[in-house]
Design a protein around this ligand. Sequence first.
Ligand SMILES: NC(=O)c1ccc[n+]([C@@H]2O[C@H](COP(=O)([O-])OP(=O)(O)OC[C@H]3O[C@@H](n4cnc5c(N)ncnc54)[C@H](O)[C@@H]3O)[C@@H](O)[C@H]2O)c1
Length: 260
Amino acid sequence: MRLEGKVAVITGGASGIGRATVMKFVQEGAKVVIADLALAQAEAVVAEVEAAGFAGAAAAAQTDVSVYADVEAAVARAVDEFGKLDVIFNNAGIAGGKALLDHDPEVDYQPMIRVDQDGVYHGILAAGRQFRAQGTPGVIISTSSIYGEQAAELSFSYSAAKAAVISFTRSAAYELAAYGIRAVAITPGRVGTPIINQFSDELKATFAAEQLRNKMTEPHEIADVVAFLASDEANVINGTVVHVDDGYSVFKQRLDLPVF
Ligand SMILES: NC(=O)c1ccc[n+]([C@@H]2O[C@H](COP(=O)([O-])OP(=O)(O)OC[C@H]3O[C@@H](n4cnc5c(N)ncnc54)[C@H](O)[C@@H]3O)[C@@H](O)[C@H]2O)c1
């Protein structure tokens, strides 16, 4: 088990990629605090963990990642409940989009930045301080997006926040290496979670066609990579972006090109 004895905080662990990562982490031997705004859903994931035979391996902490004190409390909960912190997965996020010139900054910019950008900053800061206090190595994994590296429709605020996650990761890796701390960002493409499942079948088929296997990524496929990145087997992956996008970022469109 590659995460035996490790303790993790997973933000946004009540749904989608975060939920799948909670399940993968406990299967790999970790203890996990599920830090999510949706307490009832987080508790339901704790129940799933218990039902899967991992009693006592997960705890739910109601957390708003846009509030630093909440994230600090989630880290403290990991220490109280499980004795220490080894990994934080800064994954909580919201989506939503509108054309730039239709923006109300208070509605279409600030909330996205507070959750998707500030939330990751808070996780890096709170976990980094805990790792330093413990005097142990630590791993910080943060969820960016393919949109963190490109312009996309209706995504002005989301792309900005996700680009900041990549910059935070580089700077954190550089600045915190002295404490034995690693930082890595992941960029999912089109993953079948509530954020995407709200769209029509037609749009979902288009999303699938944007990836090389011509299908949507399953949340557990992202979780597998996160578990590897959190493990000691990934010690040389530091400060970089790991593309978990099934090739989304390597091609533009499928062409039925004649031989010429
Ligand atoms: N699904 C995709 O295709 C996709 C693609 C690229 C990136 N991402 C990113 O992956 C991450 C997870 O998304 P998902 O698709 O699993 O979505 P999801 O909606 O299934 O899960 C998001 C979770 O974050 C929680 N959350 C929202 N706001 C919060 C807050 N302020 N504090 C704490 N928790 C909060 C929600 O309650 C939910 O449990 C997000 O950062 C998202 O931007 C998703």
